[in-house]
Design a binder for this molecule. Sequence first.
Ligand code: ZN
Length: 203
Amino acid sequence: MENIDVTNMSVCGGILCLDFINTVSEWLPETGKEYITHHEALIKWTKRMDFLSPKAFRAYEIAARRLEPQQQVSALKYFRQVRQCMYEVMNEVAKKKKVAGPFDQLGDHIRSSNRHLIYKKDAAGTVSASFDEQYPAMIPVWHALQSAASLLLDAAQWNRVRSCPSCGWLFLDSSKGGKRKWCDMTLCGSRDKASRYYYNHKQ
Ligand SMILES: [Zn+2]
């Protein structure tokens, strides 16, 4: 497990905002290993999640690498602050089947990201939205916030938010019967089986 990082960690949230939350090795029993350890890891995570067009990613990458060290530290701090808040809200959603936790705080973060959205219409009349370039380091977090906003506005979707009983990662259960239990069957499903085996055989 030692060599797991942002480039090879499991991605199983099913929606960007939950994958954004699942950037520590586990949330249970307590917050585990940090995968977004430095600014470069945030850039790698953004590339891997693939929510930016290739052109938008290049612009983000260039701008992000030009940041002063102090700005990089602030970007990382903001990432973690928003992630903690989003985790607390979505974890309550998973447990209580209602939107709870520090929702007002999350709402404020969503509002600040909205202020940087620009809507454009191309010649064919297709509308698209992207963020301005005022604070390029914030772009990954703003995308995660937009993803959280669309999730929270859709009750049918947030009713499918689940918390993995083994590691506390959050995921969207899109299985037909709505009975998915584990974040990743190969990780937590088998970990649980192993601990059950141990429990059954030590007596
Ligand atoms: Zn898990």
